[in-house]
Write a protein that binds this ligand. Sequence first.
Ligand SMILES: Nc1ncnc2c1ncn2[C@@H]1O[C@H](COP(=O)(O)OP(=O)(O)O)[C@@H](O)[C@H]1O
Ligand SMILES: [Mg+2]
Length: 360
Amino acid sequence: MAYIHLDGVSRQYGSVWAVDRVNMAIEKHEFVSLLGPSGSGKTTLLRIIAGLERPTQGRVLIDGEDVTELPPHKRGVAMVFQEFLLFPHRTVYENLAFPLRMLKLPKGEIEARVEWVVGILALRGLETRYPNQLSGGQQQRVALGRGLVGRPKVLLLDEPLANLDRELRQEMEVEIRKHQTGLGIPFVYVTHNQEEALSMSDRIAVVRGGRIEDFASRADIYDRPKTAFIAQFVGRSSRFEAIVAGGDRRLALRGDGILIEAESQPGLALGERVAAYVKNEKVRLKPAEPGGADAPNALPATVRHVILRGAYAEYVLGWSGGELIASRPRSEAEFAEGAAVTAFWNAADVDLFPVSEPGR
Ligand SMILES: Nc1ncnc2c1ncn2[C@@H]1O[C@H](COP(=O)(O)OP(=O)(O)O)[C@@H](O)[C@H]1O
Ligand SMILES: [Mg+2]
């Protein structure tokens, strides 16, 4: 039996189902992210696990116990928020000790536990400071410490890094993951930021419209998107519309000025409309060949802009049907703006989804 079980959990607000029939099983050693756009129901789902929100339907089980009717402080869970929510007129020490004072632990135990989180979160020397005397990263560490100090069975985190700049966020990602591994308790991490989810998680649940679109390993979510929504939301890719034109071992797809070859896929009929996604880093470039052949997965294009992103360069390419993007390591040969190129990719790198009729 998994450590956390969500069994048919739904939450209705007026006419809106913020969470809609969610089933999830999370293991004790796991770092799980709930990844989805704003308004998809991530916070509501997390608050239901925490006991801050009652599900309209369904049950929540933690460590074998049905906690659906239990208040937050009896569930052994802790939650860390984006806004840190530190007490401004209390020192770091008092902020960390606060949850333990609420639990009425003996003084010696409180000192030992605060000492423990001060140690693991590198807060030593800051105990007597007030929150406004701390950097953003230090404040977030204190917020994390306040979550961990009660030795929860589960730590729930709601966009805890959203207020930090990119560099600090990336440092904290490594740190948070390290603590989860060290503590051996599940972390359930809410974010709309795919980079955060991909950097830390064992598994990612993609949330859309209150439902779990897929719950799988981060590699599967990224490399084998199960739906068009996931292909669009995770990673960066170009999209082509086409019609299934034939093929047996490989599928041939014909679009407006483009011929695509993809691995064959069950359930697609001849003449069906499909959307094909190719991730930016899968699009390769070579100089245009004179009289360029009409080969599949090869597009004559022109370099419109080159965007430098540290170790990578992003090539925004114009082709007869619109734009596509190729992202390449800077260590590879560069193409100048205005250069004529051929953009090409492998059939295995095409993610294919039927295009549903409008209004369906
Ligand atoms: N207390 C509430 N009252 C009414 N509607 C709410 C309430 N909380 C959330 N919602 C609605 O539920 C949906 C999901 O919200 P939320 O869980 O906050 O999404 P997310 O965290 O993914 O941005 C949204 O449509 C939101 O407006
Ligand atoms: Mg939210």
